[in-house]
Design a binder for this molecule. Structure first.
Ligand code: CP
Ligand code: NVA
Length: 302
């Protein structure tokens, strides 16, 4: 594995290998065992969108691994004034040992990997959010003891989170059902991928159908970063797609609820349901640290 750009590029074995390493690193960190596997290494982190979890977990993760992280905001860097990604990639590659980027177009991430000479990690694009889904899989496996055969239902926008969940969950042998309003379905490339999995993938416009007998229910913001102007239209379109107590009655009694955060209470999820599943949701947030440390070690380690 040279880069971590999207889960479509990863095999089942690579995903499981990263999850095993993430569990190991989590245990070591909790036990106070030093694991300076990236001593002396630097990660450059380019942000063209806001972030709390991604920035802090990568920065802390590099520190815990004995390395260093550099925060590069496009508000201040030349990339925000139009310096080509091709040049940024070649310049940064001469200073740092790896690059993490959060941006809009997936093509930018791919370009960075193509022109640079160091590993590139996708910290979210409009197309996908692979680091988040590694943390989600780690959390599910931790709580349920397995992944294979579990049923995950995703309710809401067919966005970056939906895309990575569909690919990641299907690859590790889970069943996935997705409920989206008409016009907000996952993109064609992802649906074509999912079709290869036959009955283990279903797409519907009915949230209660998707949630039936689910082991895990996941939702995400109705308006993602960059879609702020569509907020009002989206509130109407998604009105019947809220994850709440009534919807959860269709799921298995021990069903987990996950949310990548930030959450918008009263929109995609009720405050009550979020609080009822806070243990799972904040463990999921913590697991960003452990899952990404595994990715960093795999790509930048000796
Ligand atoms: N879930 C997630 O990626 O959070 P941030 O936007 O805070 O990084
Ligand atoms: N779909 C959301 C995820 C935020 C972590 C967004 O792209 O804004």
């Amino acid at each position: 594995m040279k880069h971590f750009l999207k889960l479509l590029d990863c095999s089942k074995e690579e995903i499981i290998g990263l999850l095993d390493l993430a569990d190991q690193l989590k245990q070591e960190q909790k036990a106070g065992i030093t694991h300076h596997m990236l001593k002396g290494k630097t990660l450059g982190m380019i942000f063209e969108k806001s972030s709390t979890r991604t920035r802090v977990s990568f920065e802390v993760g590099m520190y815990q691994l004995g390395g260093h992280a550099l925060f590069i905001s496009s508000k201040d860097a030349q990339i925000g004034r139009g310096e080509p990604t091709e040049d940024t990639a070649r310049v940064l590659s001469r200073f740092v040992d790896g690059i993490m980027i959060r941006t809009f177009a997936q093509e930018e991430v791919e370009k960075l990997a193509q022109y640079g000479s160091v590993p590139v990690i996708n910290g979210l694009t409009d197309f996908c959010h692979p680091c988040q889904v590694m943390a989600d899989l780690q959390t599910i496996r931790e709580k349920k003891g397995k992944l294979e055969g579990l049923h995950l239902a995703y309710i809401g926008d067919g966005n970056n989170m939906a895309h990575s969940l569909i690919v990641g969950c299907l690859k590790v042998g889970m069943c996935v059902s997705v409920a989206c309003p008409k016009g907000y379905e996952p993109n064609k490339e992802i649906l074509a991928f999912a079709e290869c999995y036959g009955d283990t993938f279903t797409l519907t416009e009915d949230p209660s159908e998707a949630v039936k007998n689910a082991d895990v229910v996941v939702t995400d913001a109705w308006a993602s970063m960059g879609q702020e102007e569509e907020h009002q239209i989206r509130m109407k379109a998604f009105a019947h797609f809220q994850v709440n107590e009534t919807l959860m009655q269709q799921a298995k009694p021990d069903c987990m609820v996950l949310h990548c955060l930030p959450a918008y209470r009263g929109e995609e999820i009720t405050a009550e349901l979020l609080e009822a599943h806070a243990d799972e949701i904040f463990e999921e947030a913590e697991n960003r640290l452990h899952a990404q440390k595994a990715i960093l070690v795999k790509l930048m380690g000796a």
